[in-house]
Design a protein around this ligand. Structure first.
Ligand code: FAD
Length: 564
């Protein structure tokens, strides 16, 4: 198919083909024959997804030598950290979204957005197959194909159901803005239904039993928001219903918020207990029917069943089927949850496809495979052992290539290696490849997965855009580490994740924060820190002002409980 677009200059008509390799042809609109076309062969970059990773990439890309095509079923960027607030009306849905066309309206880069989903990536012929969101004149959803020179996969992930029966059919997810809107309506509908005159106490109890599955940051924040909504707004409007409300949080592990410091976990569990939120630890959901949810206790295998009014399922992320199919094509193990990339975010087994955000992870397993070659390079006298000086070279090499490693050099088993390196007097101490591998196994276990967070996705998007901006320059003057296999240097430094800490809002205007250096802060003052950080991170001044206005409105008038 051929699509045309007109620029703001009336004399120029810009024609491009979506499947035609990114050739721009300029023609004089007032003349019948085209002027001698200054043909510019631009490399086409196709970006799949307009979430944290894709949007961050697009915002930072400023090299005009690319023809950028963005494909995503969502024509907006959504600020996901505020989704739990949308479920109860603390913040309105439109306040946290920004149209993608506003974001990509760049003066110097050609960016075209297509509202469609990619249903197949064909890495052999470098094409992506897409299906439009729109049903045109009853003819169904149009399908089209887009060629690429570079592909950036930033499609996020699906909620993980662990194939638990009944979850897809009966549970609410909290992933998209539509999910949050649906939850908000369901909560209010439950209160309206429970207020009808002819119901028994038992029926009211069932309707007002809200179950949250998953004690991670999202599940915990939703339970806290729901508790505040009920306590601060709904029980005042539905006084008779108040006594029937129950919130249950089910967590399969021994604690909630396990990724946080123990002090935060303990504080959250105590606070929920005081608030009357029933936290059931070691409870694995095994089945959900239209009326009941069944759990199995981890300690004794006892099965329990409870009636519910609404379930919100928030147990982490699973693989998108399109990504799964693509994994097969490029020879990645199907048991993987996400795509494996190298430290430059390039999908393993490909040369021009990158993957960022929740759909990908950097494959740190190759640290171990590389050790042999690094070791052999450093072991100049072929003795099978390294001196401390040689060891220093090995560790420097590894740290340069795997930036996360140096974080762990200071910890646990690697501490003794770090000590050896610091202490010159031990220059005669030697280390064998086996010892080195044993020590680095620790690193391998710790650094293989970055968390699936907006923070990681946004940093990866910004990193990759910077690489694309400097592609030609870096080709001439590579700035990366020496190649372990082959000659010369890598073009770019590898991606390095900088952790700025994480928040866990716990309701009642209290938040817990774990900041770099394991600095923990909990309470009302941290809630104000949360307000300021999230307001500053919003994507535009428009959304920033809307969200702050929503917060002020909530303080003054309470939350809106109408079920629209
Ligand atoms: P997403 O942001 O999910 O974007 C994926 C994009 O791909 C979307 O635009 C989608 O429409 C598009 N897409 C999907 N399928 C296709 C397809 N077939 N073809 C083309 N495009 C497609 N992280 C934090 O760091 N801090 C927080 O406080 C925080 N809170 C969260 C709260 C909630 C409720 C949720 C759900 C997540 C939260 N996260 C938080 C996690 C964070 O949102 C994700 O890690 C982040 O969104 C990942 O970014 P991404 O770009 O990989 O994916």
């Amino acid at each position: 198919r051929t699509y045309s677009d007109s620029s703001s200059f009336s004399k120029l008509l810009v024609v491009f083909t979506v499947s035609g390799g990114g050739l721009l042809a300029y023609a004089d609109a007032n003349s019948t024959s085209p002027i001698a076309p200054p043909e510019i062969k631009k490399k086409r970059v196709v970006v799949l997804g307009t979430g944290w990773a894709g949007t961050s990439f697009l915002k930072q890309l400023d090299n005009p030598s690319y023809d950028v095509q963005v494909i995503s079923p969502r024509n907006y960027f959504a600020f996901t950290p505020l989704l739990p607030s949308v479920t109860v009306g603390t913040v309105e849905p439109r306040s946290i979204v920004e149209p993608i066309r506003n974001i990509v309206k760049k003066k110097n880069v050609d960016v075209h957005y297509w509202e469609a989903e990619c249903f197949k990536i064909d890495s052999q012929s470098k094409k992506v197959h897409c299906r439009s969101n729109q049903n045109i004149d009853g003819k169904g959803k149009e399908e089209f194909v887009v060629d690429y020179d570079y592909l950036v996969i930033a499609m996020g992930a699906r909620p993980n159901t662990f194939n638990t029966p009944g979850v897809v059919e009966h549970c609410n997810f909290l992933k998209e803005v539509e999910d949050a809107q649906k939850i908000r309506r369901s909560v209010i509908d439950a209160f309206e239904k429970a207020s009808l005159p002819s119901l028994s106490d038992e029926e009211r109890q069932k309707m007002l039993h809200f179950v949250v599955v998953g004690g991670g940051p999202t599940g915990v924040e939703f339970a806290a928001e729901l508790h505040d909504f009920v306590k601060e707004d709904l029980v005042k409007l539905y006084p008779a219903a108040g006594k029937y409300v129950k919130i249950t949080l089910l967590e399969a592990a021994d604690h909630i918020l396990t990724m946080f410091d123990k002090r935060i976990t303990e504080f959250a569990e105590d606070k929920f207990k005081r608030d009357g939120i029933d936290v059931k630890l070691g409870s694995m959901v095994i089945k959900v029917s239209d009326k009941e949810i069944s759990t199995k206790a981890r300690v004794n295998g006892q099965v329990a069943t409870m009636p519910y009014g609404m379930v919100v399922w928030s147990t982490g992320i699973g693989t998108d089927p399109v990504v799964k199919d693509f994994m097969k094509q490029v020879g990645q193990q199907e048991t993987r949850r996400v795509l494996a990339t190298d430290e430059w975010l390039r999908v393993e087994g490909t040369d021009s496809i990158y993957a960022l955000g929740d759909c990908a992870t950097i494959n740190q397993r190759r640290v171990m495979e590389d050790i042999d070659s690094i070791f052999k390079k450093a072991d100049k006298d072929n003795s099978g052992k390294l001196t401390v000086k040689e060891l220093q070279e090995v560790v420097d090499d590894i740290c340069e290539r795997y930036p996360q490693v140096d974080l762990y050099l200071k910890t646990k088993k690697l501490r003794n290696i770090a000590d050896l390196l610091k202490d010159d007097s031990k220059s005669s101490v030697e280390i064998s490849i086996e010892e080195l591998k044993a020590a680095l196994k620790e690193v391998d276990a710790q650094v293989k997965n970055l968390p699936a967070t907006a923070q990681v996705a946004a940093q990866q998007g910004a990193y990759l855009a910077k690489c694309f901006n400097r592609m030609e320059e870096a080709e001439k003057n590579p700035e990366g580490p020496l190649r372990f296999r082959g000659e010369g240097r890598h073009r770019f430094r590898p991606f390095r994740y900088k952790h700025f800490g994480q928040f866990a809002p716990l309701g009642g205007e209290q938040t817990a924060a774990q900041l770099p250096g394991d600095w923990v802060s909990i309470g009302h003052s941290t809630q104000w820190l949360w307000y300021s950080v999230y307001a500053s991170k919003l994507v535009s001044w428009r959304t920033r002002s809307l969200v702050v206005t929503d917060w002020v409105k909530r303080f003054i008038f309470g939350r809106d409980s109408s079920s629209i």
